[in-house]
Ligand binder design. Structure first.
Ligand SMILES: Cc1ncc(COP(=O)(O)O)c(C=O)c1O
Length: 398
């Protein structure tokens, strides 16, 4: 299913009968129309049931099967399945507790920095990543360069702004890069930026929290050697699961986390912060991955989300008093897109009005250099009618 040709993918993306059957896989509480699926995704009913069974069974059996089977065999099988999902070698991934935990570990344990080196983040990075890079700079007495990305963004002006930053600051050695920014949904030209970074001797840590499950990517092709993901957004796993990725040739650049010796130093699991794992959640992952693939994988999920996004963005661009921030270049957007009311200063208040007056749940986002906005994120249970209601609400409120 995940290998559908692109013509079939775009037909299925708009096949409402197909998406009604997908929606029926989820238990949904009646209430406001949820256009904030960016926080975390629902598990399907099947995943939720299997998770409950594992919670119940591990609680009953307690430590014996965990010590005797899970630690040596079960956890490795699950890890291998996750590597297959991402399309990389099993020994290059380890399961962490969240994308933040994975990314923070790479950042705090990165060992290639010398006095005088510089670090780079943009305004669109996730706050915990910006904070971790700031912390790293302060810990090592280095300078953190903050790049404000251009607005409106184009493929070329984004790549050029990184190129300019590398030329202006030739001591940059490490940078964070977010594949899909949580603020505006902008999809970064990762491959082009990573190539430019390589030419300037800069290592890239990719934040793939919002990319995995809605964008079909190949880390090797992107030229990415260090990355963190989570599994609860677009893959549909229980909460509390993230993934750390370090290309085999790069493992030496990241020390074991805080002196961890439970695993050999050439085992990527030593780079994950220590802690008792959520065993039932891990054991649910093979079912999660089956469900993800049965739904058409990242390619079809992404095509559906893009379709729903286009349904509201095209008319919203025509509304006087609405600015859609995320560009329409298919290389630069996904299902998440942000807009702002141009005549109202307080976007938080406008998001509240969308909820109170129009029953539409969205989220206001600050922190982009281009200013505050409201983020709209459809999900797999969202219908074209619901997206149409958003357009009507924008027309009335603008
Ligand atoms: C771009 C981005 N990075 C990182 C994270 C953090 O993910 P987690 O909650 O798994 O730590 C998020 C969560 O929303 C995100 O949107």
């Amino acid at each position: 299913m995940s290998q559908l040709p692109s013509s079939e993918t775009s037909l299925l993306a708009r096949d409402e009968g197909y998406w009604q059957r997908i929606a029926a896989k989820y238990a949904v509480e009646p209430g406001p129309i949820n256009l904030e699926h960016g926080y975390f995704g629902r598990m399907t009913r099947t995943v939720s049931e299997v998770y409950q069974q594992h919670i119940e069974s591990i609680n009953r059996l307690n430590s014996l099967p965990v010590r005797q089977h899970f630690e040596q065999v079960g956890s490795v099988e699950v890890r291998d399945a996750v590597a297959g999902l991402i399309g990389v070698a099993p020994r290059s991934v380890a399961i962490a507790q969240s994308a933040s935990a994975a990314l923070q570990s790479i950042i705090r344990n990165y060992n290639r920095l010398q006095p005088g080196d510089e670090l780079l983040v943009s305004d669109l990075e996730y706050d915990s990543v910006q904070n971790a890079m700031d912390w790293l700079a302060r810990q090592r007495g280095l300078k953190l360069i903050r790049l404000d990305l251009p607005h409106p963004a184009t493929f070329d002006n984004i790549v050029q702004s990184y190129r300019d930053a590398f030329v202006r600051n030739p001591r940059i050695r490490l940078m964070a890069l977010t594949h899909v920014t949580h603020r505006t949904g902008l999809v970064m030209p990762v491959e082009a930026i990573a190539r430019c970074a390589r030419e300037h001797g800069v290592d890239v840590i990719l934040d793939g929290a919002h990319a995995l499950g809605q964008i079909d990517f190949d880390l090797e092709q992107l030229g990415i050697e260090l990355a963190g993901f989570n599994l609860q957004k677009w893959i549909g796993a229980p909460l509390s699961l993230g993934v750390i990725y370090i290309a085999p040739g790069k493992l030496d650049a990241v020390d074991a986390d805080m002196g961890e010796v439970r695993y050999p130093q050439d085992d990527i699991r030593s780079r994950v912060p220590y802690g008792t794992p959520n065993v039932p959640a891990w054991l649910t992952l093979p079912t999660v991955i089956d469900e993800h693939r049965a739904m058409g994988g990242s390619r079809l999920k992404g095509a559906r989300l893009n379709y729903l996004r286009d349904l509201w963005v095209a008319p919203a661009r025509e509304i006087d008093g609405i600015e859609v921030l995320t560009p329409d270049d298919p290389r630069l957007y996904c299902g998440i897109t942000s807009f702002r009311f141009t005549r109202q200063a307080d976007q938080v208040a406008m998001a509240e009005r969308l909820l109170k007056e129009h029953n539409l749940f969205t989220v206001a986002r600050e922190g982009s250099a281009c200013g505050p906005c409201i983020r709209v994120t459809p999900g797999f249970v969202t219908t074209p009618q619901e997206v149409g209601l958003l357009v009507k609400a924008l027309e009335q409120l603008a």
